[in-house]
Design a protein around this ligand. Structure first.
Ligand SMILES: *Cc1c(COP(=O)(O)O)cnc(C)c1O
Length: 363
């Protein structure tokens, strides 16, 4: 969108402020009225959106908002961050927690669903709230304990669980904390002798790339092997700012991978997905997972059929470098976990039949 209009919305706008993640965070746009003011036009069904916001609040960084083409009513970035009445009106009414994450917490906010790794929800705050978030159930419930007290219980569980070798810091977005707190979290888990690998799940490179600072990278570098998983869902999110953020992480020796969600009307076409994957490969990010959108309450309008995901994957496989190919997975409840979705298409079967010599025990 026109940056001038956006800038004029903020009284204290300057280039320095724009590049300061704290300014971006503090000036997140949290009301529909503000979006309408900035876009210079009414937002459809504005009245009804107030009822959505009371259940699922909104927050968008000025940076992410600036990437939206406000004249396109189906802008793929707008669809990811601007509330939609379908969040509360759409049927069927899916469960809030279909994976039963809340039932797999041996310590508060620590999810243990796979033998060798745990996922720590260190905060419920995000820089920008994704409308397709599979943990949107937690947005409105207030934080009832301090990070320190939660962390102590999490670390105690991990220390008493020798089979756990990897800790994933997630949320919310762990990088909404300042550097000091990020370091406390990392060092607490790293101090457990049998923890071999740390991982951060953060969407900052896509929604607030200014958060990736030299100081942050200096800290992260000390906790290697540290893997960074981010989430780009559309090629328009791969901006020079995003590329710079990822490159800083990589220069600190931290591999960056991407988990996308297959989202109806946003990236559910071979063309968009190919541009996304090529774009990621060009900035040395390894596409890791493509998630089938989970049946989560408030997210139903983003769901595609599995069939369409499989068709997209087949199409991509024909065109894209293997290094650019994510694995298409569905996350299933509790210990079933992430399951690869593979198509046994006719064309592939026929190809194999034609090359029986290559397969000793084929059929
Ligand atoms: C996705 C997930 C992981 C990580 O799984 P990977 O396949 O290693 O990426 C770990 N714990 C939980 C609870 C998860 O949902």
């Amino acid at each position: 969108m026109n940056k001038k209009i956006l800038f004029s919305h903020f009284s204290n706008m300057s280039i320095q402020n724009w590049r300061d993640w704290r300014w971006q965070f503090e000036n997140r746009v949290t009301s529909i009225a503000a979006v309408a003011r900035i876009f210079g036009k009414p937002i459809p069904q504005m009245e009804k959106l107030y009822s959505v916001l009371s259940i699922y609040p909104m927050a968008i960084t000025p940076y992410y908002l600036s990437l939206i083409q406000q004249d396109d009513k189906n802008d793929p970035l707008a669809l990811q961050c601007i509330p939609d009445v379908k969040e509360v009106s759409m049927l069927p009414n899916y469960p809030e927690d279909p994976l039963n994450e809340d039932g797999c917490m041996p310590a508060p906010k620590l999810i243990h669903r796979y033998p060798d790794r745990v996922l720590a929800i260190v905060t419920k705050t995000c820089a920008t709230y994704c409308r397709h978030c599979n943990r949107k159930r937690s947005w409105t419930s207030p934080e009832t304990s301090t990070l320190e007290s939660r962390l102590e219980k999490m670390v105690r569980y991990v220390a008493n669980s020798p089979q756990v070798r990897e800790v994933i810091l997630s949320g919310g977005d762990p990088l909404t904390y300042d550097d000091g707190k990020v370091e406390v979290i990392l060092s607490s888990f790293a101090a457990v002798p049998h923890i071999e690998v740390l991982r951060i799940g953060s969407r900052m490179p896509a929604v607030l790339p200014m958060r990736i600072t030299k100081d942050l990278c200096r800290i992260l570098k000390r906790y290697r092997p540290l893997w960074f998983n981010t989430q780009f869902n559309h090629p328009s999110e791969i901006t020079p700012d995003a590329a710079r953020a990822c490159s800083m992480l990589q220069e600190a020796g931290i591999p960056v991978s991407n988990q996308s969600v297959l989202l109806k009307g946003i990236n559910d076409s071979p063309d968009v997905m190919q541009r996304l994957l090529y774009g990621l490969q060009k900035i040395s990010i390894r596409p890791y997972y493509l998630f089938h959108c989970e049946p989560v309450k408030g997210c139903g309008h983003f769901r595609t059929e599995i069939k369409s995901g499989l068709t997209i994957m087949e199409e991509l496989r024909r065109h894209c470098s293997g290094l650019a190919m994510p694995q298409y997975v569905a996350d299933l409840p509790e210990q079933a976990g992430k399951v690869p979705l593979l198509s046994m298409s006719r064309s592939i079967k026929i190809d194999i039949r034609k090359h029986q010599d290559f397969f000793d025990n084929f059929e």
